[in-house]
Design a protein. Structure first.
Length: 144
């Protein structure tokens, strides 16, 4: 298997992993009790919060489409492929760092499926960062 084929395979399956994340996303507000927690905020802040959540979900869905249906395009070495793979890498890298140091997880139990979900998300963010970093480096000609 060539480097190109390996990265293309990884990009495709990263797209599938992101699709699973998107499918799980509607359950996050339920598990974390967002409607109840947000009820104390002014209406405008609630609307902004839900708008940002929708933008994030929409961005993830674009990553899914690009990765699953356009993996070849994402690795064609063009400026757009380089920018897109770099952007996705930065997106997930930032999300990983936020996962590690940016969230106060004290309210989330450190046992059972909560612990499994935290660990799985951390691994997902690392994996996505690595895959799209490889795609970026491939597009720059630094991985052959």
């Amino acid at each position: 298997m060539t480097t190109y084929e390996l990265i293309r395979f990884a990009v495709f399956w990263s797209g599938i992993a992101q699709l699973v994340l998107c499918l799980a996303s509607p359950f996050i507000p339920i598990v974390l009790k967002w409607p109840e927690q947000l009820r104390v905020l002014p209406r405008l802040l609630r609307q902004i919060f839900w708008t940002y959540a929708a933008y994030i979900l929409g961005t993830h869905l674009v990553f899914v489409v690009v990765s699953v249906t356009c993996a070849r395009w994402l690795l064609d070495g063009s400026a757009m492929a380089t920018v897109m793979s770099g952007f996705i890498c930065l997106w997930w890298g930032a999300r990983w760092i936020i996962h590690l140091i940016g969230f106060d997880m004290a309210e989330v139990p450190d046992e059972g499926w909560h612990l499994l979900a935290k660990k799985a998300l951390g691994l997902l963010f690392v994996g996505l960062t690595v895959v799209y970093l490889a795609a970026f480096l491939f597009n720059r000609g630094l991985l052959t």
